[in-house]
Design a protein around this ligand. Structure first.
Ligand code: ADP
Ligand code: MG
Length: 258
């Protein structure tokens, strides 16, 4: 069983429809089917949170949404563009969908500022002065303007992750994908990153977030999707999915967390 948020007709793109729509997304690695036909809709400005045990397919789904993985079957549209069309410009799609991973993946030999300006300058051919102005705006937004000249190693893990988020946001993506961005952090650093995500969401940034932070899911998500074995087993408001789960497997997953 899969689940869909919203009420669009499958395969029909309506004006004002979801920003992101995934239909029947399938993905296998060798013999192992990792996504079994996932349907997902994300409306503009929504924060959709993916929860589920390790191995349930959260990262693979996120990677399919920005074409780091090619889907085997199904259709994903972003703002009306079929990004699963093989003729699509994958780099253009990736610049519209910022992604941040568990490990911050900053370049250690570059300053914070150069990490944030790298993609605008190299990929989008933005002039240095303009790229730096935009990067400084983003660094201010994540509260790290004073660290622009620092190296990643001089920053805490939480600060590095905020730089990684600034880097993903600097190209003004339509959709921000966040894959367990607090999982590698010391517990005392988790809050500052979650607070930043909360601010971005309040500013209307559309995001899909995989996380084990149920407090964040409860407070910030518009929609929570519970994945199990490559399927969205259940989705709904945080109150429904976390408070009154319909599926026994969701209850089991949640009870193991406490
Ligand atoms: P989650 O993020 O929920 O932990 P993943 O999407 O990382 O789940 O993984 C789902 C399944 O897909 C796991 O069994 C994992 O081992 C497998 N998998 C993920 N990426 C690859 C890959 N590149 N090659 C082979 N198997 C993979
Ligand atoms: Mg993962």
């Amino acid at each position: 069983m899969s689940a869909t948020t919203g009420t669009g007709l499958a395969g029909v793109e309506l004006p004002g429809a979801a920003l992101l729509s995934a239909r029947g997304v399938r993905k296998s690695f060798g013999d192992q089917v990792v996504l079994h036909g996932v349907d997902l809709e994300v409306q503009r400005g929504q924060c959709v949170v993916l929860i589920g045990a390790s191995g349930s397919g959260k990262s693979t789904l996120l990677r399919c949404l920005n074409l780091l993985e090619q889907v085997d079957d199904g259709v994903i549209t972003l703002d009306g563009l079929d990004i699963t069309d093989p003729t699509v410009d994958a780099d253009a799609v990736r610049s519209r969908t910022g992604i941040v991973f568990q490990a911050y993946n900053l370049f250690p030999h570059l300053s914070v500022l150069d990490n944030v300006t790298l993609a605008p300058r190299r990929v989008h051919r933005v002039a240095r002065a303009e790229a730096e102005a935009r990067a400084m705006d983003m660094l201010r937004r994540v509260g790290l303007a004073d660290k622009a000249r620092a190296r990643p190693d001089d920053l805490s893990g939480g600060q590095q992750q905020r730089v990684a988020i600034a880097r993903a946001m600097v190209s003004s993506p339509q959709l921000l994908l966040l894959d367990e961005v607090t999982s590698a952090l010391d517990p005392e650093l988790v809050g500052e990153v979650l607070d930043l995500l909360r601010d971005l969401r309040d500013d209307g940034v559309t995001m899909v977030v995989s996380t084990h932070e149920m407090g964040f899911a409860r407070d910030v998500a518009d929609v929570v999707c519970f994945l199990e074995g490559g399927r969205i087993l259940e989705h709904g408001t945080p109150q429904q999915v976390l408070g009154e789960p319909r599926e026994a497997r969701t209850r089991q997953f949640l009870s193991r967390l406490v």
